[in-house]
Write a protein that binds this ligand. Structure first.
Ligand code: NIG
Ligand code: FE
Length: 418
């Protein structure tokens, strides 16, 4: 049996009894913490924690790996509920094109953007995709992420979409991270189907979805609901079919315009609706009466210079908010959740407590893993990180773009120490 004791922790962040599945509204301002604390891990689970003046939870001191966390902070690993980290090549050429004045939409209209990544992906082998994605998974793990959702959507053909999803399935066995897979065949209409979108949707529903169900390749199905991509009605049609094939809906919603993605998502019982730059009062009211997690992706809004989603207004209206990285080559080439926390605080006026809740328990909810991940609770998965010596958790979003993480423990294994 492997046992780890982390002692002298300055602040043990996000402790609970494991019953909270998400936090909403004013509760997002509360971040339950223990000061001068210890945390015990056995095998891959958290088994007890307490304050240094009470060792009651520990009875067996044999074979214990002891880590001294004096002046350090311990947090549950981040849960990143929206990424596209399986991709081939990169798109810095389009980055420069945007600096020189083209918009994201203009780049797509001339066959770039998602279509550019689709071309690159069709030439890549499964082995090449696995190798590059593993590097990215390792990179985000070292920055504190323990659970991640990964989407297909750069395939846009039966062969390439299934190739992406098989790669994600393989990653689940190769990486220590907890991984959820999402089918995003409706990411864009491929060039061969230009002016024949209905046929492409038929292909997604009648050919690709049954193959996915047969091989159990996806937990979720997502649609990019946006002008020039998929309408609200098409989004509902695709996600309803996906549910019949055992996939839970998610939506890329209101990123570039108010296109009906949030309402479509709520109608089909989506677990999350993501982006939300163009959300209005109607969507906020509808979200209040739903179980759907509104998720902001500040990396994409930052990188594309989009207007910001009304996160403050949404939380003030009583909603929960999750935050994810959207790590992808076109709109957010970073999976650094620490930096997303800085954006949440600096740009969205979220308090550090709200931002950390958004990146842990609420983003766990957006992947349906908040019973086992997203907080420090007895019986939860031992996915935690230890920072360098810092004065408090507020220092993480404050010291933007710094890497303050010292040690990452995934499934009870110490996987990284600087
Ligand atoms: O979440 N908005 C659509 N999809 C991605 C971007 C994909 C890309 O540009 O490659 C996003 O921003
Ligand atoms: Fe995305």
């Amino acid at each position: 049996m492997s046992k780890i004791l982390i002692k002298n922790i300055r602040t043990l962040v996000q402790v609970d009894n494991g019953e909270r599945l998400k936090v909403s509204g004013l509760d997002m301002k509360k971040l339950p913490c223990l000061h001068n604390a210890w945390l015990a891990i056995e095998n891959d689970k958290i088994v007890s924690y307490g304050t240094m003046d009470d060792w009651g939870g520990i009875t067996d001191w044999s074979n214990l790996t002891v880590i001294d966390a004096t002046n350090k902070i311990v947090m549950p690993c981040y849960c990143d509920s929206h990424t596209h980290i399986v991709y081939a090549g990169s798109r810095e050429g389009e980055f420069v094109d945007r600096i020189n004045g083209l918009t994201y939409e203009q780049i797509f209209e001339r066959g770039g953007g998602i279509l550019n990544s689709a071309k690159k992906l069709s030439d890549a082998t499964e082995e090449e995709l696995i190798e590059s994605a593993l590097k990215r998974l390792n990179e985000i793990m070292m920055m504190g992420t323990g659970t991640v959702e990964i989407k297909s959507g750069y395939g846009l053909s039966e062969d390439s979409e299934l190739k992406m999803l098989r790669v994600i399935k393989k990653l689940k066995t190769l990486s220590p991270l907890t991984i959820k897979a999402t089918f995003l065949g409706a990411h864009a209409v491929p060039t061969e189907y230009k002016n024949r979108k209905t046929d492409y949707i038929k292909l997604l529903i009648n050919e690709i979805m049954p193959a996915i169900a047969e091989e159990q390749l996806a937990d979720y199905c997502d649609v990019f609901c946006e002008q020039n991509y998929f309408t609200k009605e098409e989004t509902i049609e695709i996600l309803t079919a996906a549910k019949n094939h055992g996939m839970t809906p998610k939506v890329h919603a209101e990123q570039l315009s108010n296109s009906g993605g949030v309402l479509a998502g709520i109608e089909v019982g989506a677990i999350s609706v993501d982006h939300l730059e163009f959300v209005g009062d109607i969507e906020i009211t509808a979200l209040k009466n739903s179980k759907t997690m509104p998720t902001i992706l500040p990396g994409a809004a930052f990188f594309l210079g989009l207007p910001l989603p009304p996160a403050r207004k949404m939380m003030d209206a009583g909603l929960a908010i999750a935050v994810a990285s959207d790590y992808n080559p076109g709109s957010s080439p970073s999976g650094n959740i620490n930096f997303m926390l800085s954006l949440c605080c600096i740009q969205y006026k979220m308090t550090p407590e709200e931002a950390i809740n958004a990146a842990t328990i609420n983003s766990a909810y957006a992947m349906d893993v908040s019973k086992t991940h997203g907080s420090i609770a007895i019986g939860k998965q031992a996915n935690v990180f230890i920072t360098q010596e810092i004065p408090g958790y507020e220092y993480i979003p404050y010291a933007f773009a710094s890497n303050l993480i010292d040690t990452v423990i995934i499934n009870g294994q110490i996987t990284h120490t600087i």
